[in-house]
Write a protein that binds this ligand. Sequence first.
Ligand code: PEP
Ligand code: MN
Length: 363
Amino acid sequence: MEATNATTMKEVVQQKWGKRPLIIAGPCSAETEEQVLQTATELQKTGKVDIMRAGIWKPRTRPGSFEGIGTKGLPWLQQAKKITGMPVAVEVATAKQVEDALHFDVDVAWIGARTTVNPFSVQEIADALRGVDIPVLIKNPINPDLELWLGAVERIAKAGIKQIGLIHRGFSSYGNTEYRNAPMWHLAIEMKRRYPELMIINDPSHICGRRDILQDVAQKAIDLDFDGLIIESHIDPDNAWSDAKQQITPARLGEMLDNITWRKEDSSSEEYHAALEKLRQQINHLDDELMQILGQRMKVAEKIGQYKKDNNITILQTNRWNEILERAYAKGDKQGLSKEFITKYFDAVHMESINHQNRIMNA
Ligand code: PEP
Ligand code: MN
Protein backbone atom coordinates (compact mmCIF):
# COMPACT_ATOMS: atom_id res chain seq x y z
CA MET A 1 0.00 0.00 0.00
CA GLU A 2 1.47 3.36 -1.05
CA ALA A 3 0.80 6.34 1.16
CA THR A 4 1.61 9.50 -0.67
CA ASN A 5 1.18 12.10 2.03
CA ALA A 6 0.53 12.56 5.72
CA THR A 7 -3.26 12.43 5.38
CA THR A 8 -3.34 9.13 3.56
CA MET A 9 -0.90 7.60 6.05
CA LYS A 10 -3.37 8.61 8.78
CA GLU A 11 -6.07 6.76 6.88
CA VAL A 12 -3.82 3.72 6.55
CA VAL A 13 -3.28 3.75 10.31
CA GLN A 14 -7.04 4.04 10.88
CA GLN A 15 -7.70 1.02 8.69
CA LYS A 16 -4.93 -0.97 10.33
CA TRP A 17 -6.17 -0.14 13.79
CA GLY A 18 -9.55 -1.68 13.10
CA LYS A 19 -8.10 -4.78 11.43
CA ARG A 20 -8.22 -8.18 13.12
CA PRO A 21 -5.78 -9.78 13.57
CA LEU A 22 -3.53 -6.76 13.78
CA ILE A 23 0.06 -7.82 13.11
CA ILE A 24 2.92 -5.62 14.26
CA ALA A 25 6.45 -6.81 13.56
CA GLY A 26 9.98 -5.48 13.35
CA PRO A 27 13.29 -5.55 15.09
CA CYS A 28 13.67 -5.20 18.83
CA SER A 29 15.97 -2.26 18.03
CA ALA A 30 16.75 -0.12 15.03
CA GLU A 31 20.51 -0.67 14.63
CA THR A 32 21.64 0.66 11.25
CA GLU A 33 19.87 2.27 8.33
CA GLU A 34 20.56 -0.79 6.21
CA GLN A 35 19.15 -3.18 8.82
CA VAL A 36 15.99 -1.08 9.20
CA LEU A 37 15.37 -0.78 5.46
CA GLN A 38 16.13 -4.42 4.69
CA THR A 39 13.94 -5.65 7.53
CA ALA A 40 11.12 -3.34 6.43
CA THR A 41 11.33 -4.55 2.83
CA GLU A 42 11.31 -8.20 3.84
CA LEU A 43 8.48 -7.72 6.30
CA GLN A 44 6.42 -6.06 3.63
CA LYS A 45 7.17 -8.95 1.24
CA THR A 46 5.42 -11.36 3.61
CA GLY A 47 2.21 -9.43 2.93
CA LYS A 48 1.13 -10.10 6.51
CA VAL A 49 2.52 -7.20 8.52
CA ASP A 50 0.30 -4.18 9.22
CA ILE A 51 2.63 -1.98 11.24
CA MET A 52 6.41 -2.02 11.61
CA ARG A 53 7.89 -1.77 15.08
CA ALA A 54 11.44 -0.75 16.02
CA GLY A 55 12.91 0.28 19.35
CA ILE A 56 14.81 3.59 19.15
CA TRP A 57 15.36 4.08 22.87
CA LYS A 58 15.86 0.82 24.75
CA PRO A 59 15.21 0.74 28.49
CA ARG A 60 17.63 -1.95 29.62
CA THR A 61 17.37 -3.57 32.99
CA ARG A 62 21.12 -3.19 33.55
CA PRO A 63 23.57 -0.67 32.05
CA GLY A 64 26.25 -1.73 29.63
CA SER A 65 24.15 -3.25 26.89
CA PHE A 66 22.90 -1.48 23.77
CA GLU A 67 20.58 1.32 24.86
CA GLY A 68 19.17 2.14 21.46
CA ILE A 69 20.42 4.17 18.53
CA GLY A 70 18.41 7.20 19.62
CA THR A 71 16.88 10.01 17.55
CA LYS A 72 19.35 9.35 14.74
CA GLY A 73 17.34 6.22 13.86
CA LEU A 74 14.03 8.03 13.36
CA PRO A 75 14.75 9.20 9.78
CA TRP A 76 15.51 5.53 8.91
CA LEU A 77 11.98 4.64 9.99
CA GLN A 78 10.62 7.53 7.91
CA GLN A 79 12.50 6.10 4.98
CA ALA A 80 11.24 2.56 5.68
CA LYS A 81 7.71 3.90 5.71
CA LYS A 82 8.27 5.68 2.41
CA ILE A 83 9.58 2.53 0.75
CA THR A 84 7.01 0.07 2.13
CA GLY A 85 3.93 2.14 2.99
CA MET A 86 3.84 0.47 6.42
CA PRO A 87 3.09 2.76 9.37
CA VAL A 88 5.76 2.66 12.08
CA ALA A 89 5.57 2.21 15.84
CA VAL A 90 8.20 3.07 18.46
CA GLU A 91 8.44 2.90 22.22
CA VAL A 92 8.42 6.21 24.08
CA ALA A 93 9.41 6.69 27.70
CA THR A 94 9.90 10.46 28.15
CA ALA A 95 8.32 13.72 26.91
CA LYS A 96 11.40 14.41 24.80
CA GLN A 97 11.10 11.02 23.11
CA VAL A 98 7.43 11.71 22.34
CA GLU A 99 8.41 15.06 20.83
CA ASP A 100 11.16 13.52 18.69
CA ALA A 101 8.97 10.61 17.59
CA LEU A 102 6.19 13.00 16.52
CA HIS A 103 8.68 15.25 14.77
CA PHE A 104 9.72 12.30 12.62
CA ASP A 105 6.11 11.22 11.89
CA VAL A 106 5.98 8.07 14.00
CA ASP A 107 2.46 6.70 13.53
CA VAL A 108 1.93 4.63 16.66
CA ALA A 109 3.60 4.99 20.07
CA TRP A 110 3.89 2.30 22.69
CA ILE A 111 4.68 2.47 26.37
CA GLY A 112 7.10 -0.22 27.52
CA ALA A 113 6.68 -2.54 30.48
CA ARG A 114 9.37 -0.76 32.50
CA THR A 115 7.59 2.55 31.96
CA THR A 116 4.02 1.40 32.70
CA VAL A 117 5.16 0.69 36.27
CA ASN A 118 5.95 4.36 36.88
CA PRO A 119 2.97 6.75 37.11
CA PHE A 120 5.26 9.81 36.90
CA SER A 121 6.70 8.62 33.59
CA VAL A 122 3.29 7.66 32.23
CA GLN A 123 1.89 11.06 33.20
CA GLU A 124 4.83 12.81 31.54
CA ILE A 125 4.13 10.88 28.32
CA ALA A 126 0.40 11.57 28.61
CA ASP A 127 1.05 15.32 28.96
CA ALA A 128 3.37 15.27 25.95
CA LEU A 129 0.66 13.49 23.93
CA ARG A 130 -2.11 15.94 24.80
CA GLY A 131 -3.79 17.17 21.62
CA VAL A 132 -2.05 14.56 19.49
CA ASP A 133 -4.09 12.12 17.46
CA ILE A 134 -2.11 8.89 17.27
CA PRO A 135 -2.83 5.40 18.59
CA VAL A 136 -1.01 4.41 21.76
CA LEU A 137 -0.32 0.86 22.88
CA ILE A 138 0.34 0.19 26.55
CA LYS A 139 2.34 -2.83 27.61
CA ASN A 140 1.51 -4.50 30.87
CA PRO A 141 3.79 -3.46 33.75
CA ILE A 142 6.63 -5.89 34.47
CA ASN A 143 4.96 -6.85 37.76
CA PRO A 144 1.55 -8.54 37.81
CA ASP A 145 -0.47 -5.49 38.83
CA LEU A 146 -3.64 -4.81 36.83
CA GLU A 147 -4.25 -1.51 38.63
CA LEU A 148 -0.95 -0.09 37.38
CA TRP A 149 -1.74 -1.22 33.84
CA LEU A 150 -5.16 0.33 34.10
CA GLY A 151 -3.79 3.50 35.67
CA ALA A 152 -1.60 3.96 32.61
CA VAL A 153 -4.61 3.48 30.33
CA GLU A 154 -6.55 6.10 32.32
CA ARG A 155 -3.71 8.63 32.20
CA ILE A 156 -3.34 8.27 28.43
CA ALA A 157 -7.13 8.37 27.93
CA LYS A 158 -7.40 11.53 30.03
CA ALA A 159 -4.86 13.18 27.74
CA GLY A 160 -7.46 12.81 24.97
CA ILE A 161 -5.95 9.82 23.14
CA LYS A 162 -8.85 7.97 21.56
CA GLN A 163 -7.16 4.89 20.15
CA ILE A 164 -5.66 2.95 23.01
CA GLY A 165 -4.65 -0.68 22.91
CA LEU A 166 -3.05 -3.09 25.36
CA ILE A 167 -0.01 -5.30 24.82
CA HIS A 168 0.26 -8.41 26.95
CA ARG A 169 4.02 -9.15 27.20
CA GLY A 170 4.08 -11.30 30.33
CA PHE A 171 5.34 -10.59 33.84
CA SER A 172 8.76 -10.84 35.48
CA SER A 173 9.14 -13.73 37.80
CA TYR A 174 12.07 -14.75 39.87
CA GLY A 175 13.86 -17.99 39.12
CA ASN A 176 13.98 -20.28 36.14
CA THR A 177 10.82 -20.84 34.19
CA GLU A 178 10.18 -21.90 30.67
CA TYR A 179 9.42 -18.26 29.84
CA ARG A 180 11.39 -15.04 29.97
CA ASN A 181 8.24 -13.36 31.28
CA ALA A 182 5.50 -15.54 32.71
CA PRO A 183 2.36 -15.07 30.60
CA MET A 184 -0.08 -15.28 33.53
CA TRP A 185 -2.88 -15.55 30.99
CA HIS A 186 -5.51 -15.09 33.68
CA LEU A 187 -4.44 -11.45 34.11
CA ALA A 188 -4.83 -10.69 30.42
CA ILE A 189 -8.20 -12.48 30.50
CA GLU A 190 -9.27 -10.43 33.50
CA MET A 191 -8.26 -7.23 31.69
CA LYS A 192 -10.38 -8.34 28.70
CA ARG A 193 -13.29 -9.13 30.98
CA ARG A 194 -13.17 -5.75 32.68
CA TYR A 195 -12.54 -3.69 29.54
CA PRO A 196 -13.95 -5.60 26.57
CA GLU A 197 -13.79 -2.48 24.40
CA LEU A 198 -9.99 -2.17 24.70
CA MET A 199 -8.00 -3.82 21.96
CA ILE A 200 -5.44 -6.29 23.30
CA ILE A 201 -2.59 -7.83 21.39
CA ASN A 202 -0.08 -10.40 22.52
CA ASP A 203 3.72 -10.10 22.49
CA PRO A 204 4.98 -13.68 22.32
CA SER A 205 8.57 -12.48 21.77
CA HIS A 206 8.99 -10.95 25.23
CA ILE A 207 6.96 -13.68 26.90
CA CYS A 208 9.10 -16.47 25.42
CA GLY A 209 12.55 -14.89 25.21
CA ARG A 210 13.39 -17.71 22.78
CA ARG A 211 12.30 -18.82 19.34
CA ASP A 212 11.24 -22.42 19.83
CA ILE A 213 8.04 -21.71 21.77
CA LEU A 214 6.94 -18.52 19.98
CA GLN A 215 4.48 -20.36 17.76
CA ASP A 216 2.74 -22.07 20.69
CA VAL A 217 2.34 -18.85 22.64
CA ALA A 218 1.08 -16.95 19.59
CA GLN A 219 -1.46 -19.72 18.91
CA LYS A 220 -2.62 -19.68 22.51
CA ALA A 221 -3.18 -15.92 22.33
CA ILE A 222 -5.26 -16.30 19.18
CA ASP A 223 -7.21 -19.15 20.81
CA LEU A 224 -7.92 -16.76 23.69
CA ASP A 225 -9.41 -14.24 21.26
CA PHE A 226 -6.61 -11.67 21.32
CA ASP A 227 -6.93 -8.97 18.66
CA GLY A 228 -3.44 -9.42 17.24
CA LEU A 229 0.26 -10.02 17.76
CA ILE A 230 3.44 -7.97 18.06
CA ILE A 231 6.47 -10.06 17.14
CA GLU A 232 10.14 -9.15 16.95
CA SER A 233 11.68 -9.80 13.56
CA HIS A 234 15.21 -9.08 12.36
CA ILE A 235 17.05 -9.84 9.11
CA ASP A 236 19.92 -11.44 11.06
CA PRO A 237 18.44 -12.47 14.43
CA ASP A 238 21.54 -14.18 15.83
CA ASN A 239 23.51 -10.97 15.46
CA ALA A 240 20.82 -8.61 16.74
CA TRP A 241 22.11 -5.95 19.15
CA SER A 242 19.29 -6.69 21.61
CA ASP A 243 17.00 -9.65 22.28
CA ALA A 244 18.87 -11.85 19.78
CA LYS A 245 17.52 -15.11 21.17
CA GLN A 246 13.87 -14.29 20.59
CA GLN A 247 13.96 -12.64 17.17
CA ILE A 248 13.08 -14.41 13.93
CA THR A 249 13.65 -13.54 10.29
CA PRO A 250 10.79 -12.00 8.32
CA ALA A 251 10.59 -15.21 6.27
CA ARG A 252 10.21 -17.30 9.42
CA LEU A 253 7.62 -14.83 10.69
CA GLY A 254 5.65 -15.34 7.49
CA GLU A 255 5.72 -19.11 8.00
CA MET A 256 4.75 -18.77 11.62
CA LEU A 257 1.74 -16.63 10.79
CA ASP A 258 0.77 -19.10 8.05
CA ASN A 259 0.85 -21.93 10.57
CA ILE A 260 -1.43 -20.22 13.05
CA THR A 261 -5.01 -21.44 13.06
CA TRP A 262 -7.01 -18.23 13.02
CA ARG A 263 -10.28 -18.72 14.82
CA LYS A 264 -13.55 -16.84 14.79
CA GLU A 265 -14.99 -15.43 17.96
CA ASP A 266 -18.47 -16.68 17.15
CA SER A 267 -20.50 -18.61 14.60
CA SER A 268 -23.88 -17.88 13.04
CA SER A 269 -24.83 -21.59 12.91
CA GLU A 270 -27.83 -22.42 15.10
CA GLU A 271 -26.69 -26.01 15.46
CA TYR A 272 -23.37 -24.85 16.85
CA HIS A 273 -25.10 -22.58 19.37
CA ALA A 274 -27.55 -25.27 20.48
CA ALA A 275 -24.78 -27.84 21.01
CA LEU A 276 -22.63 -25.29 22.81
CA GLU A 277 -25.53 -24.27 25.04
CA LYS A 278 -26.08 -27.90 26.07
CA LEU A 279 -22.43 -28.34 27.00
CA ARG A 280 -22.43 -25.04 28.87
CA GLN A 281 -25.39 -26.19 30.92
CA GLN A 282 -23.43 -29.29 31.88
CA ILE A 283 -20.55 -27.05 32.95
CA ASN A 284 -22.89 -24.86 35.01
CA HIS A 285 -24.38 -27.91 36.65
CA LEU A 286 -20.96 -29.35 37.53
CA ASP A 287 -19.80 -25.96 38.83
CA ASP A 288 -22.88 -25.82 41.08
CA GLU A 289 -22.10 -29.28 42.41
CA LEU A 290 -18.48 -28.37 43.04
CA MET A 291 -19.61 -25.29 44.96
CA GLN A 292 -21.94 -27.35 47.13
CA ILE A 293 -19.23 -29.88 47.86
CA LEU A 294 -16.78 -27.11 48.70
CA GLY A 295 -19.35 -25.66 51.10
CA GLN A 296 -19.69 -29.07 52.76
CA ARG A 297 -15.91 -29.38 52.95
CA MET A 298 -15.73 -26.07 54.79
CA LYS A 299 -18.40 -27.19 57.26
CA VAL A 300 -16.24 -30.23 58.08
CA ALA A 301 -13.20 -27.96 58.42
CA GLU A 302 -15.15 -25.85 60.90
CA LYS A 303 -15.93 -28.97 62.96
CA ILE A 304 -12.23 -29.81 62.98
CA GLY A 305 -11.56 -26.20 64.02
CA GLN A 306 -13.93 -26.55 66.96
CA TYR A 307 -12.35 -29.84 67.95
CA LYS A 308 -8.81 -28.42 67.77
CA LYS A 309 -9.93 -25.40 69.76
CA ASP A 310 -11.37 -27.61 72.49
CA ASN A 311 -8.04 -29.44 72.65
CA ASN A 312 -5.89 -26.32 72.16
CA ILE A 313 -4.12 -27.55 69.00
CA THR A 314 -2.69 -25.40 66.16
CA ILE A 315 -4.63 -25.07 62.89
CA LEU A 316 -1.77 -25.88 60.57
CA GLN A 317 -0.16 -29.29 60.76
CA THR A 318 2.46 -29.49 58.04
CA ASN A 319 2.47 -33.29 57.91
CA ARG A 320 -1.22 -33.44 57.27
CA TRP A 321 -0.96 -30.75 54.58
CA ASN A 322 1.79 -32.71 52.79
CA GLU A 323 -0.33 -35.83 52.97
CA ILE A 324 -3.32 -34.01 51.42
CA LEU A 325 -1.18 -32.66 48.59
CA GLU A 326 0.52 -35.96 47.76
CA ARG A 327 -2.84 -37.69 47.67
CA ALA A 328 -4.28 -34.98 45.45
CA TYR A 329 -1.36 -35.11 42.99
CA ALA A 330 -1.79 -38.86 42.59
CA LYS A 331 -5.57 -38.72 42.20
CA GLY A 332 -5.43 -35.60 40.02
CA ASP A 333 -2.95 -37.24 37.69
CA LYS A 334 -5.41 -40.09 37.10
CA GLN A 335 -8.09 -37.52 36.22
CA GLY A 336 -5.80 -35.74 33.77
CA LEU A 337 -5.33 -32.72 36.07
CA SER A 338 -1.91 -31.07 36.00
CA LYS A 339 0.25 -30.80 39.10
CA GLU A 340 0.30 -27.03 38.58
CA PHE A 341 -3.48 -26.87 38.70
CA ILE A 342 -3.76 -29.19 41.70
CA THR A 343 -1.24 -27.04 43.58
CA LYS A 344 -3.15 -23.82 42.88
CA TYR A 345 -6.52 -25.39 43.58
CA PHE A 346 -5.48 -27.01 46.84
CA ASP A 347 -3.66 -23.87 47.98
CA ALA A 348 -6.91 -21.96 47.54
CA VAL A 349 -9.07 -24.63 49.20
CA HIS A 350 -6.59 -25.01 52.05
CA MET A 351 -6.44 -21.25 52.68
CA GLU A 352 -10.22 -21.03 52.71
CA SER A 353 -10.30 -23.94 55.16
CA ILE A 354 -7.76 -22.24 57.40
CA ASN A 355 -9.80 -19.03 57.35
CA HIS A 356 -12.93 -20.94 58.36
CA GLN A 357 -11.07 -22.71 61.18
CA ASN A 358 -9.50 -19.45 62.26
CA ARG A 359 -12.93 -17.82 62.60
CA ILE A 360 -14.14 -20.70 64.76
CA MET A 361 -11.01 -20.74 66.92
CA ASN A 362 -11.09 -17.03 67.60
CA ALA A 363 -14.84 -16.70 67.88
C1 PEP B 1 10.49 -4.16 23.44
O1 PEP B 1 9.35 -4.22 22.95
O2 PEP B 1 11.52 -4.30 22.79
C2 PEP B 1 10.60 -4.02 24.90
C3 PEP B 1 11.59 -3.36 25.48
O3 PEP B 1 9.63 -4.66 25.51
P1 PEP B 1 9.11 -4.65 27.04
O4 PEP B 1 8.78 -3.23 27.36
O5 PEP B 1 7.92 -5.53 26.93
O6 PEP B 1 10.19 -5.24 27.86
MN1 MN C 1 12.87 -6.48 22.68
